[in-house]
Design a protein around this ligand. Structure first.
Ligand code: NAP
Length: 255
């Protein structure tokens, strides 16, 4: 908890209805931002996020859009701009995962994971950047994964499409940071195993193996990721851009 660092700011968090995105929405709202909560399907969960924000004295509204679609994403930005003005703080968090072994990976599944995870980040950044450049101020965090840095030795071939998409998110963020500085800072957060719906069906055995190899000896919480994301969006991180920051309890360490 770091005061009201985002007073007067307008934030958009994609995939804000559940898990990591919800925790980021709540922390941003608690710290003074007006938060656009994006979701794809689950209107009830998005409304719950809004209630949790309100319980902290926060404000915002929900916006449905499939970020894999340029048209839907652009229409969402139009609606946010009409309601509140341009987005100052963007968190490209919405993500899709499928834990298929290579024998069950279809072309449709490959394309869907890539389009949500990397096209989705591209659509949001592209739509946000013009207003940020005009205002000479923008902060962007893209949520990647440790799987985008180092393929898991435990899950082996089950995460090829997901890991590839998350590597692309890291490369995209780095390139955007160089292209859009100094007006816009762009960073990536790479979480390890976080307890959300996305990881809910993992076997106890696999979870225990991962925790056993984690120096912090636990899984992460959505709030762990929200804390790092909000730091990167804040003034305190004004000299940090183009970076990938890992929150994995030490499961992955960067060279
Ligand atoms: P989650 O609990 O499954 O929630 C996914 C969120 O993304 C939901 O709000 C969902 O909306 C939204 N979403 C999915 N597809 C979308 C689309 N096409 N357009 C807009 N919104 C969409 O996932 P999570 O664990 O919080 O993951 C959040 C991010 O962190 C993802 O990018 C994920 O890859 C990354 N990550 C997660 C972990 C982990 O261990 N959990 C680790 C590393 C990285 P609906 O509610 O409407 O379905």
């Amino acid at each position: 908890m770091s005061g009201r660092r985002f007073e007067g700011r307008t934030a958009l968090v994609t995939g804000g209805s559940r898990g990591i995105g919800r925790a980021i929405c709540v922390q941003l709202a608690r710290e003074g931002a007006w938060v656009a909560v994006n979701y794809a399907e689950n209107a009830g969960a998005a409304a719950e996020t809004l209630d949790l924000m309100a319980a902290e004295g926060g404000q915002g509204a929900v916006f449905r859009a499939d970020v894999a679609s340029w048209e839907a994403t652009s229409a969402m930005f139009d609606a946010i701009e009409a309601a509140r003005g341009p987005v100052d703080l963007l968190v490209a968090n919405a993500g899709a995962a499928s834990f298929q072994d290579d024998a069950n990976m279809t072309l449709d599944l490959w394309r869907r994971i890539l389009s949500v995870n990397i096209d989705g980040a591209f659509h949001c950044v592209w739509r946000a950047k013009e207003a940020m450049q005009a205002r000479k101020d923008g902060r962007i965090v893209c949520i990647s994964s440790i799987q985008g840095l180092a393929p898991s030795r435990i899950r082996r071939d089950r995460l090829i499409a997901y890991g590839t998409s998350k590597s692309a998110v890291i490369g995209f963020s780095r390139n955007c940071a160089v292209a859009f500085g100094p007006e816009i800072r762009v960073n990536c957060v790479a979480p390890g195993l976080i307890d959300t719906d996305m990881t809910g069906d993992m076997s106890d055995e696999m979870r225990a193996r991962i925790v056993g190899e984690t120096p912090a000896a636990r899984t992460g919480t959505p709030e762990d990721v929200a804390e790092l994301t909000c730091f990167l969006l804040s003034d305190a991180a004004s000299f940090i851009t183009g970076q990938t920051c890992v929150t994995s309890g030490g499961l992955v360490t960067l060279p």
